[in-house]
Unconditional design. Structure first.
Length: 464
């Protein structure tokens, strides 16, 4: 019996030792061949391939400084859990950076060096307990490279789904300190008139004007370049074109815009079917708002903003003043709320409200192959009406309203392989010039086109 108990004892000890060896071996393998499983619904803590490519090829080494008051009293469990997830994602940046990124951690306790550094860098200290204002909670990240630094003052849990974007942009800022270049084309004086009068649709504008507020804000982060509405080419170093209320643009400018986009350039278009800033005085002193004009480009690309058509949304009207203390709801002034924004797009994620005072809608055309991702849309209780209907008053619009029972796209992100019809226009222009100058005749042109259209075009371009 004693022999049997001894055997059982040694068997148990052997099992424990074997289990210990297995645990140690597993930990050894985990350290040697590091990987982390991401079981979140949308793989929030697995870096995208684009981020991995960027951090592996950084021009300078980057130090990430994680300021987190981990011993803060009465910290909500949800915030603790989020901080742990942030820490995990920062590890992913380090482990995938091929040695380009280093992580440092700081616990900014009161009156500590870490707290002083956090404040110098701009990390925001928050009072979690309103009765204990002096005891502040720090939760931010600083990126540092060479002589550059950038900061996320507070890691807001509401931006959790965009955490990778925020961190990647932070790293990009310090490794690419040069400002990006934005070209602005507009029929309105958005960049200021520099002492020259603004004359577009009426005579009631004159004298120099300052840049509009949003242009002034852009200039804090970007180099903003004004591009004339008759420009035949753009600066070579433009990263983005901003085209605002395009109207009466020269054909050469339209061609330059077309080629910029077709060659992979990025552009943002603000088109308005009923622009109150651009008015034309008609008979009897009536001011008629102008309409943007760029469907000549949009349609070949696979979409359009119907000319002189405005959107009516009965579910999201705006109360507008009529003067003398009177007000009424206007369904053509659309008050957009979060239910109308695309929650998966970074630019819409934290918007609370947008006002669209008389808006057009974006529509696919024909067999379009472009990809249209709505950013802002109306409710289904919407329709489009002729722009001049807006001048007849809201009561008439509401009286004649017939819902189209579909959401209208007010803003969208559009991508894809675009084609152009502008080139054909220029070829026709060349042919016309050739004929008018007597370089060839109709019979020769038709014969050549029938035999070899490409040869004809090349010959015409050489002669021109």
């Amino acid at each position: 019996m004693k022999h049997l108990l001894t055997r059982k004892f040694f068997s148990s000890v052997t099992a424990v030792i074997a289990l210990f060896v297995i645990i140690v071996f597993i930990n050894f393998l985990a350290d040697k061949f590091y990987s982390r499983a991401d079981i979140t619904e949308n793989n929030l803590y697995t870096l995208s391939q684009g981020t991995i490519n960027m951090i592996k090829t950084l021009p300078d080494d980057v130090t990430l400084k994680f300021f987190y008051s981990k011993n803060f009293k009465d910290l909500p469990p949800a915030l603790k859990n989020y901080a742990a997830r942030v820490r995990d994602l920062l590890d992913e940046y380090v482990n995938n950076s091929s040695g380009n990124i280093e992580l440092e951690e700081f616990d900014p306790t009161p009156d500590s060096d870490a707290e002083e550094w956090a404040q110098k860098y701009g990390v925001m200290g928050s009072a979690i307990n309103p009765l204990d204002y002096e005891n502040r909670f720090f939760f931010g990240v600083v990126a540092e490279a060479v002589d550059q630094h950038a900061v996320i003052p507070f890691l807001d849990p509401q931006r959790e789904k965009f955490l990778e974007y925020d961190l990647s942009y932070l790293i990009f800022q310090v490794t690419h300190p040069d400002k990006k270049n934005i070209g602005v084309i507009s029929s309105l004086p958005v960049t200021g008139t520099e002492g020259q009068p603004f004359v577009l649709g009426g005579k009631n504008n004159s004298g120099p004007t300052s840049p509009w507020v949003f242009i002034q804000e852009l200039k804090k982060t970007f180099n903003v370049v004004n591009v004339e509405t008759n420009a035949t080419e753009f600066p070579k170093n433009l990263n983005l074109l901003l085209i605002i209320h395009p109207k009466n643009l020269a054909d050469e400018t339209k061609f330059a815009i077309d080629q910029f986009v077709l060659n992979g350039g990025k552009a943002v278009f603000f088109v308005d079917p009923f622009c109150n800033v651009d008015t034309k005085v008609m008979s009897m002193g009536i001011n008629i708002p102008g309409s943007s004009q760029l469907n000549e480009l949009f349609k070949p690309w696979g979409f359009e903003v119907p000319d002189k058509k405005i959107v009516v949304d009965m579910d999201h009207p705006t109360t507008v003043s009529l003067g003398s203390g009177r007000a009424e709801k206007s369904p053509t002034w659309i008050s957009a709320n979060p239910s109308m924004f695309n929650p998966d797009e970074i630019m819409c994620a934290q918007l609370d409200r947008l006002l669209f005072p008389v808006a057009g809608n974006i529509v696919k055309t024909g067999k379009s192959k472009c990809n249209i991702i709505p950013l802002v849309h109306t409710s289904k209780d919407s329709m489009t009406v002729d722009a001049f209907s807006a001048m007849r008053g809201n009561k008439q619009i509401i009286k004649n309203f017939k819902s189209e029972n579909k959401e209208m796209i007010l803003a969208a992100k559009i991508s894809g392989l675009f084609k152009s019809d502008i080139t054909i226009i220029y070829i026709c222009l060349i042919i016309y010039i050739m004929l008018s100058r007597g370089f060839c005749n109709i019979s020769f042109l038709m014969l050549t086109l029938r035999i070899n259209p490409l040869f004809c075009i090349i010959i015409l371009m050489i002669f021109f």
